[in-house]
Design a protein around this ligand. Structure first.
Ligand SMILES: [Zn+2]
Length: 87
């Protein structure tokens, strides 16, 4: 079963996806490598729980989203079963 759970920074990193912040105040979008964010806030942080501040207008509480079109095309989408079976 190819159940692609995409909840945490670790999941995004594994799938080659980026984190997107879209500011509701000024409409600016910024994207971040999940790897960089993992270093500061941790691998298991849920994307929907992440809030940022807009660097353009200073608005706070900007929600993080998964950037849906950031799959790196040169990266084979292999299903790796590890990391799920921790009991
Ligand atoms: Zn803004």
């Amino acid at each position: 079963m190819a159940n692609q759970k995409l909840d945490t920074l670790g999941d995004l990193s594994r799938h080659g996806l980026l984190v997107l912040f879209r500011c509701p105040g000024c409409g600016r979008e910024s994207r971040f490598e999940p790897r960089d964010m993992i270093l500061t806030i941790g691998l298991s942080r849920t994307i929907r729980d992440i809030r940022g501040a807009c660097s353009w207008c200073g608005r706070r509480g900007v929600r993080a989203e998964i950037n849906p079109h950031s799959l790196k095309p040169d990266r084979p989408r292999t299903a790796t079963p590890d990391g799920r079976g921790k009991s």
